[in-house]
Design a protein around this ligand. Structure first.
Ligand code: COA
Length: 336
């Protein structure tokens, strides 16, 4: 393959959707023994959006995907791979939510599958999209991170119910011959020995759906919050240092540092360790809470819609989540 024919993967567009209903800290004060002051101080979160009972993860995803496809100036027929990163799929076993999204969008006869990497799912998906495009197998990948996280939250457990929200983000990852537009690098990793730090014990082959599962509330997310917090700060900082060093890029050259939005204190600690300026760090956790796989594309969309994200801006993505999984990516925005 000559260099003039070489195909790179680029982020051509971004879109996002949040359901309209807001669950504020004041609302949570009426549900569990907590306070607006505690939540703000420990997490930085003021409110999160929650989808109605009759809205599925795929419904959130479709709204985000429509924007991403239109902004890439493509038709649904141009999409040749649909990837959905989620841990709150429409159905836990089958079919994949990506298949349902494809159907709702009218995308027929293309490969579609889900990615299960919790909060790291979107960046994991980016690495899959990049590999498919650079191998020449696909040209226009619709990559979605979508969660109806409220469907696995126990709203009587104050240690988790204050943290999470619902939403979706989507991007078109497209082939380009312009090396200046290319996704520069992605590092993705996992360590299953920390599986019990963040998990939903059921349903699954270990705990199939049963009366016992419901009685013990095993279908809800469980988290070792404090241990996860410490590991998140350490891992995210190390991960960012490595990807910057590996590519000879200084922290001050980054236009937008877009970390996973789980907790303001984690973001602040990582930003401080890397000596990031405040204007480099993208923050949305205060209004959306932790939306897991949707958090990073929703944050990218926020700066896009505010007019702060321009063609060529250098983004650094950094994420951490259940698995445990973590990932970082360096890429310019290649959309208009
Ligand atoms: N309101 C009031 N008090 C609360 C509370 C709430 N919503 N949740 C917990 N507490 C209490 C605890 O019961 C504990 O009380 P005790 O000291 O009497 O036992 C105290 O606050 C401290 O709890 P702790 O869990 O140590 O707090 P923390 O400072 O670690 O904050 C989290 C809790 C969940 C906000 C924080 O650990 C966190 O954000 N963890 C990581 C989240 C994350 O990144 N997830 C993975 C990536 S997706």
């Amino acid at each position: 393959m000559s260099s003039s024919q070489r195909k790179y993967a680029s982020m051509r567009s971004i879109g996002a959707y949040v359901p309209p209903r807001i669950l504020s800290n004041a609302d949570l004060e009426k549900m569990v023994d907590t306070s607006d002051e505690w939540i703000l101080k420990r997490t930085g979160i003021s409110e999160r959006h929650i989808a109605d009972d009759d809205v599925a993860t795929s419904d959130l995803a479709v709204e985000a995907a429509r924007d991403a496809i239109a902004r890439a100036e493509l038709e649904t027929g141009d999409i040749d791979l649909v990837l959905c990163a989620t841990v709150t799929p429409d159905y836990f076993n089958m079919p994949a939510t990506a298949c349902i999204i494809s159907d709702k969008l009218g995308i027929r006869n293309v490969q579609a599958f889900d990615i299960s990497a919790a909060c790291s799912g979107f960046v994991y998906g980016l690495s899959i999209a990049k590999a498919f495009i650079e191998s020449g197998m696909k040209r226009n990948v619709l990559l979605i991170g979508a969660e109806k996280f409220s469907s696995i939250v126990d709203y009587t457990d104050r240690s988790t119910c204050i943290l999470f929200g619902d939403g979706a983000g989507a991007a078109v990852i497209a082939a380009t011959e312009d090396s200046g537009e290319r996704i520069i690098d992605i590092h993705a990793s996992a360590d299953g020995s920390y599986a019990d730090f963040l998990m939903t014990p059921a349903p699954g082959s270990v705990n199939p759906c049963s009366q016992k599962v419901l009685e013990e509330g095993l279908q809800y997310v469980k988290m070792k919050g404090n241990e996860t917090f410490k590991l998140a700060v350490k891992t995210l900082t190390k991960d960012v240092r490595e990807i910057l060093e590996h590519n000879g890029i200084q922290a001050e050259e980054i236009d937008h540092f877009i970390p996973h939005q789980a907790n303001y204190r984690i973001i602040k600690a990582v930003g401080d360790a890397l000596k990031m300026r405040e204007d480099q760090i993208v923050l949305t956790v205060q209004k959306y809470g932790n939306t897991s796989a949707a958090s990073i594309p929703m944050a990218i969309n926020d700066i896009y819609e505010e007019g702060r994200l321009r063609y060529g801006d250098l983004m650094l993505l950094d994420t951490f989540g259940g698995g445990l999984t973590w990932a970082s990516a360096l890429l310019p925005f290649a959309g208009k």
